[in-house]
Design a protein around this ligand. Structure first.
Ligand code: ADP
Ligand code: MG
Length: 579
């Protein structure tokens, strides 16, 4: 439709407000306009942090010459006619405010050629003062530039940050749109230098590599659609694997109905998917696009449309979390070893040769009881994972330094940290019972008496209910002494008193999980798992590796430390100068 003024009534219903508060906001509005004009390429350049100059040039449909003057009128838009159109909005813009606001606070120039017209047009508006549009020669599409932003509003200018910081805000906006719209070729020039450019081929990973750099290409995965997606809901995007993390959330982008949004809850849902896979204080990167049926979202709640309201917010958060979790968990080989240490190789090479040459040596001497109380079946059942493995089947070769299990898989050599691995296994075994407060408990033959310090006693009182729920039956014995009567069955607790004290200590420090039950599970798993320095029999190692194969997140322990490293046969060959 052509550009027209909205009626006062419609204007009143639109959450109007100040849309241009900094250069990045102007760039966002102009980029969204270009996308609405069906551009295939969008080139952005800024100088002086976007305050001196910002320009967005596109190859879209253009603005009809006769519409140029209207484009900068407040509440003039070609995108909706009445408030009802919001229900089936297919464009990013709809308020008809951005160009008017920008024209009031900058020296604005619009150059455009509309599809079907012979000659282009130029409209110049200097701080609200419009000159008549005039005809120019123009190749096609639209270029809109704004100079000297807020020069007429010194008070506003004072709120702007250093040009470098403003440029960073602009970069974030362009990066987000470039990631979310891989079929559009974006380029960003800052102070005359190319910051990045995408090729518009439609390949989301390609766009991500262009924006984030080639070195992290191998650490990204595309989201797959969760199986039971409700009708009309879609989730797509690219997220980082747990091997990659950042100190800030700067590189997390969320889009709803094609527009970049800010949502703490959604960002939290996204990060939850990495829970126990990333170190505390580290953040994944990613760009997630959510589409919901038009009547299940309100985009008209925020002046710059940065915040939206989902009718089914819990569902949306759960979907984001599930899709992300599905994409990152398993499905991937563990990080490979960049360089190899020379000495331990002898050990395993010899063991492997021996075991190949003498298969009978691989069987266990009689009488060696495995010390793991649980089986692969237990782990798979706990995860509902029977049959669906996240790791290839590994062949255990031996142990190094009483700390690492070395194994061979179809794709190379695996070094497994026995403590971290066992911690992961126990954590996954404990969690289902903890969450449903239905852990099996094993009665102690003799109750174990533990004297608590004042601090431990307080923590104990604080977590008493949870402890009972997860299988630690504890009786108060007078003063600050307690009796441990039972422990969760999956834990083979040798020294229940020590484990209880460790758990209370960690709980007092705030716990390491997202919930108290999870903190308890992490803590219990950590303090009952096989230690580094413990010699394991081949049978025990096999059992450990098999149970790890059955884990839903076999690659990291509950604290986020890796459980294993992998080195492919090619990498080994390279290390031995065979390639
Ligand atoms: P809105 O996007 O909400 O409609 P704007 O003030 O951003 O309001 O833009 C006003 C109008 O100018 C748009 O409705 C559109 O018709 C036109 N317009 C703005 N930018 C472009 C562009 N890059 N290409 C084509 N038309 C544009
Ligand atoms: Mg707009």
């Amino acid at each position: 439709m052509s550009i027209h003024r909205l009626t006062q009534d419609t204007v009143g219903k639109i959450a109007a407000g100040e849309v241009i508060e900094r250069p990045a906001a102007a760039v966002k509005e102009l980029v969204e306009n270009a996308i609405d004009a069906q551009a295939r390429r969008i080139d952005i350049s800024i100088a002086g942090g976007g305050v001196d100059m910002l320009e967005v040039r596109d190859d879209g449909r253009g603005i009809a010459f006769d519409d140029l003057a209207l484009a900068i009128e407040p509440h003039a838009t070609s995108k909706i006619s009445s408030i009802d159109d919001l229900k089936a909005l297919t464009t990013l813009g709809f308020r008809g405010e951005a160009l008017a606001s920008l024209a009031a606070v900058s020296d604005l120039r619009i150059q455009s050629l509309a599809v079907g017209e012979q000659a282009g047009g130029l409209l110049r508006v200097s701080f609200g003062d419009a000159q008549p549009a005039r005809r120019i020669a123009w190749g096609g599409g639209t270029a809109i530039s704004a100079r000297d932003l807020f020069e007429n509003l010194p008070a506003r200018r004072k709120f702007l940050r250093q040009p470098q910081t403003e440029a960073n805000y602009v970069t974030r906006i362009v990066a987000g749109y470039a990631l979310a719209y891989p079929a559009i070729a974006f380029s960003l020039d800052i102070e005359g230098r190319r910051a990045f450019a995408t090729d518009g081929s439609g390949d989301a990973i390609g766009a991500a590599v262009a924006v984030w750099g080639a070195d992290i290409a191998g650490s990204l995965v595309a989201l797959s659609r969760p199986d039971d997606m409700p009708e009309g809901f879609e989730i797509s995007g690219i997220v980082s694997l747990p091997e990659l993390d950042r100190a800030t959330r700067q590189q997390q982008f969320l889009f709803a109905q094609g527009r970049m949004i800010a949502s703490r809850q959604l960002a939290t849902a996204f990060e939850q998917a990495y829970h126990t896979l990333l170190m505390v204080g580290r953040h994944p990167i990613g760009c997630i696009q959510i589409d919901v049926p038009a009547d299940r979202i309100d985009i008209n709640v925020h002046p710059t449309k940065a915040e939206v309201r989902f009718a089914d917010d819990r569902l949306v958060f759960a979907l984001v979390q599930r899709a992300t979790r599905q994409a990152i968990v398993g499905h991937r080989p563990p990080p490979s070893i960049p360089t190899i240490v020379s000495s331990p190789l002898d050990d395993w090479t010899i063991q492997r040769r021996l075991s190949l040459a003498h298969p009978e040596w691989r069987s266990e001497p009689p009488g060696s009881e495995p010390r793991l109380a649980t089986t692969l079946h237990d782990v798979e059942r706990a995860n509902g994972l029977v049959g669906g493995r996240k790791l290839p089947v590994l062949r255990v070769l031996g142990q190094i330094a009483s700390m690492f299990v070395i194994a061979e898989g179809p794709d190379g050599m695996y070094l497994i940290d026995q403590h971290a691995a066992h911690e992961r296994i126990l954590f996954e075994l404990l969690m289902p019972g903890f969450e449903t407060r239905s852990s099996d408990r094993q009665l102690m033959l003799q109750p174990v008496q533990v004297a608590l310090t004042a601090r431990d006693w307080e923590t104990y009182i604080d977590c008493r209910d949870e402890l009972t729920a997860v299988g630690f039956e504890i009786e108060e014995f007078g003063g600050s002494t307690v009796l441990i009567r039972s422990v969760p069955t999956v834990l083979k607790v040798r020294e229940p008193s020590k484990v209880l004290l460790m758990m209370l200590d960690e709980m007092a420090a705030g716990g390491r999980g997202t919930s108290r039950l999870e903190s308890l599970a992490i803590s219990a798993a950590c303090h009952t798992s096989i230690r580094a320095g413990q010699a394991l029999s081949l049978l025990e190692m096999r059992e450990l590796v098999m149970q790890l194969e059955g884990c839903s997140s076999p690659l990291a322990c509950g604290h986020g430390r890796p459980t294993m490293l992998r080195m492919t046969a090619e990498e080994l060959a390279k290390q031995f100068s065979r390639r």
